[in-house]
Design a protein around this ligand. Structure first.
Ligand code: FAD
Length: 531
């Protein structure tokens, strides 16, 4: 194949887009990367002042590009940006990126009518990345100059489109169902989403909360970080209220019993034997069933240890689900340093509430019934997550593609069985997202290179359905107004990698020796030789 003749577009220059571009370059393609921002790094270029990686640097890395020795164990957001920028320079990715270029829409233009895809036996007609070569993706790109001038709009055509636009950035999830007169308009203070705070420069963000009564709504890491930053600004004199419905598992350290890293318990082959995996055969399922008591015991012991270490029960912040379930739904992260000390000293007030609404003076919690109470506030910050599914849908012109693209898991977390010449990277979450995105980028580059063909559309759809059932069972829903499944490969990352390796014709077992293969944790470095 003449790679240079094939036009490939990557949208987004975060961790996923950089990996996609690097592996395409390695295979001889000359991709064009459109990035709305002014630099590489994606969401890491726009975080709260205190945001750090919650995965250690040794794990959160590309397979063939180590961190510099100067990086912290859990690097700060600016160190992450430096690492990603160095990767882009090292592999020539930065030369492919067109900054300040927002892809406003993508439309597939082919010789066949759009609904011909309903009758496909093979993806794009023949199971190959570029189909029969007659269809293209037409992108409308808004080019923002460095000056205040009106942006210019351009059209570009590509033979393959890779969306790396990020799942937890860009389109905020704003709660919208409130009782009559209980919406944000009832509140006399300011309401904003965590994304707006992250987009501000650090001094403006600190000034916004300084001397104010702040209420943060949310249960994820970002809510904890905002509450901690508020305590730094205001101390116990003006406590920050954190309102949360379903607490997540936030850990104070990544090892249990003072010495065993949780990756030894959840990110090796033996641990995955205990999980009923999507598409696994009867023997594998039987083994998982036989090992279920052991899986339960490990989950209970791990959870009990953290519950003893962290006063989550005392403050009503114990998750409803067990530890293993938190892992398999990717609802597990690291506490900001000294968080519960701030709670103890009264700088943060934790309020668990099934519902919330607004009133003139703040938030009404557990609305309805006698339990109603008001959390007074001048500023309400919604750390309520993002609408990754909506963001993806918004990219497409076609109502048909909008309708189906986020309706079920993607095949290999990359391609939709009935949308030709297009892939999405970075939508499945893992315990370590850069690792998952890079593996998918390797797989995709080989698919484009013609190293393997996709199976029949029917087989792909069966696989997507199996993964969908797994997600619904093991990881639960994506949140308010979102899908009933959350694409989290946290507990089956190796099983997923094995599928990709088999497709690529690479050996899935990558450790030396029986004990290492079954008990050592796997990570990006184990796949460094797959280029
Ligand atoms: C606060 C925070 C902390 C996190 N910490 C960790 C962690 O410790 N460990 C971990 O594994 N994961 C973590 N994550 C998850 C994180 O999402 C991934 O690790 C990873 O950074 C996502 O990269 P991405 O490239 O997929 O998306 P993003 O980083 O969101 O990048 C998407 C890029 O696409 C661009 N873009 C979007 N739409 C368009 C468009 N239409 N046109 C042009 N460009 C576009 C955006 O400008 C952006 O640069 C964290 C997430 C958050 C929010």
């Amino acid at each position: 194949m003449d790679h240079r003749a094939k036009r490939v577009a990557v949208v987004g220059a975060g961790t996923s887009g950089l990996a996609a571009c690097k592996h395409l370059l390695a295979r001889g393609f000359q991709p064009v990367v459109f990035e709305a921002g002014e630099s590489v790094g994606g969401l890491w270029t726009r975080t709260l002042a205190s945001t750090r990686l919650q995965s250690p640097a040794v794990a959160y890395r590309y397979s063939d590009f180590p961190w510099p020795d100067s990086a912290d164990v859990f690097p700060r957001h600016d160190q992450v940006v430096d690492y990603l920028a160095a990767y882009a320079r090292r592999f020539g990715v930065d030369e492919c990126v067109r900054f300040r270029s927002t892809v406003v829409s993508a439309e597939y233009v082919g010789a066949e009518p759009e609904d011909a895809a309903d009758g496909w036996e093979r993806w794009a007609g023949n199971g190959e990345a570029f189909g029969d070569g007659t269809g293209v993706w037409r992108l409308t790109v808004r080019q923002h100059g460095a000056s205040e001038k009106e942006p210019e709009t351009e059209m570009h055509e590509f033979d393959f489109l890779i969306l790396c636009i990020g799942r937890v950035s860009g389109v905020p999830n704003i709660p919208s169902s409130f009782p009559a007169n209980g919406g944000p308009e009832a509140f006399r203070g300011q309401v904003l989403h965590s994304m707006e705070l992250s987009n501000m420069d650090d001094a403006d963000a600190a000034a916004l909360v300084k001397g104010k009564r702040v209420a943060v709504v949310g249960a994820g890491k970002t809510a904890y970080e905002i509450a901690t930053e508020c305590t730094e600004a205001n101390g116990a004199g003006l406590p920050c209220t954190m309102v949360c419905r379903n607490p997540q598992m936030l850990l104070n350290r990544p090892d249990v019993w003072g010495k065993v890293s949780i990756v030894y318990l959840y990110m090796n082959r033996f641990a995955e034997l205990m999980v009923p995996k999507p598409g696994a055969g009867a023997a594998s399922r039987l083994l998982a069933a036989l090992l279920a008591p052991l899986a339960w015991a490990i989950s209970a012991a791990t959870g009990a240890w953290y519950r003893r270490e962290i006063p989550m029960r005392k403050y009503g912040m114990e998750p409803d689900q067990g530890f293993a379930r938190c892992v398999s739904s990717c609802l597990i992260s690291m506490l900001p340093d000294g968080f519960y000390d701030r709670v103890k000293e009264g700088s943060v007030v934790l309020a668990r509430s099934k519902e919330f609404s607004f009133c003139v003076d703040g938030l009404v919690l557990d609305s309805g019934g006698e339990k109603q109470r008001v959390a007074p506030a001048d500023v309400v910050i919604l750390a309520t997550g993002f609408r990754g599914d909506q963001k993806l849908r918004n990219m497409f012109v076609s109502p048909r593609v909008k309708d189906i693209i986020a309706g079920a898991p993607l095949y290999r977390e990359c391609v939709h069985p009935r949308v030709a010449q297009m892939a999405v990277l970075g939508y499945a979450e893992g315990l370590n997202n850069i690792y998952a995105a890079e593996m998918a980028a390797k797989w995709l580059a080989r698919l484009l290179d013609g190293a393997f063909r996709l199976p029949s559309v029917r087989r792909m759809e069966e696989s997507c359905a199996e993964w969908g059932r797994y997600y619904a069972r093991r990881s639960g829903g994506g949140g308010d107004g979102q899908t009933a499944w959350r694409p989290c490969i946290g507990a089956v990352n190796l099983w997923y990698n094995d599928e990709l390796c088999r497709d690529m014709g690479c050996e899935p077992r990558r450790k030396k020796g029986f004990l290492a293969e079954w008990f050592q944790p796997y990570g990006a470095v184990d796949y460094a030789d797959i280029q």
